[in-house]
Design a protein around this ligand. Sequence first.
Ligand code: 0O2
Length: 214
Amino acid sequence: MQNIDWEKFLIPYENAVEELKVKFKSIRNELIKMGEYSPIEFVTGRVKKISSILEKSKRLEVDMENIDKEIEDIAGIRIMCQFVEDIYTVVDYISERDGKDLKVVGVKDYITNYKDSGYRSYHVIIEYPIQTAFGNKNILAEIQIRTLAMNFWATIEHSLKYKYKRQIPDPIQLRLKNAADAAFQLDQEMSQIRHEIRQAQKMFEIRSSTVSNI
Ligand code: 0O2
């Protein structure tokens, strides 16, 4: 795979991202329609930029012919949750599908084992079958599951990492670490009152559906 035809190479990854987004958004839509609580708040996805694939393969010393086997996040979807507890419900949903429409090949629990940067998120690496015009292909994809607070932090830190080409100055790094801890404390506080919050949200849903039926 020395001279990669990137456009062709990335097609199954693009399809996987689209399919996976639909599948997880459908879970949310179904639960909401049934009047149930959805642990999934919203879902996004992306195919890794070519420059980012090249940078990561260089950093991890991966040969070009092995990038599809060793770079696990070329296809990535992100599932955002309100509460930390919801993350584990989503992980259970994924485990239930293991061996059906996807295969779980690994997990990275950056919530229990958060990174030095302060990054928190739960990553599930899956093998996902894609039907292409040239036959079937199993690709690797990464599902990142995180709270809204974790996502807020990670989005900001990611843009700073990009700005500083991964070398964020120490004083900013320290502030980011403090901010990550504060975001996690926010998550923990919200978890303590999540039953109250969920009841209030349910009342609000009933009221707005009554108003829309008038
Ligand atoms: P892109 O293309 O910009 O989205 P790594 O060494 O971090 O690349 P690692 O630790 O093995 O790899 O993590 P993994 O499971 O491969 O996932 C990498 C992705 O996780 C990153 O994609 C981020 O989306 C997220 N991530 C991991 N660590 C951090 C972190 O410290 N800060 C933030 N903001 N995000 C992180 P990329 O590399 O950003 O790719």
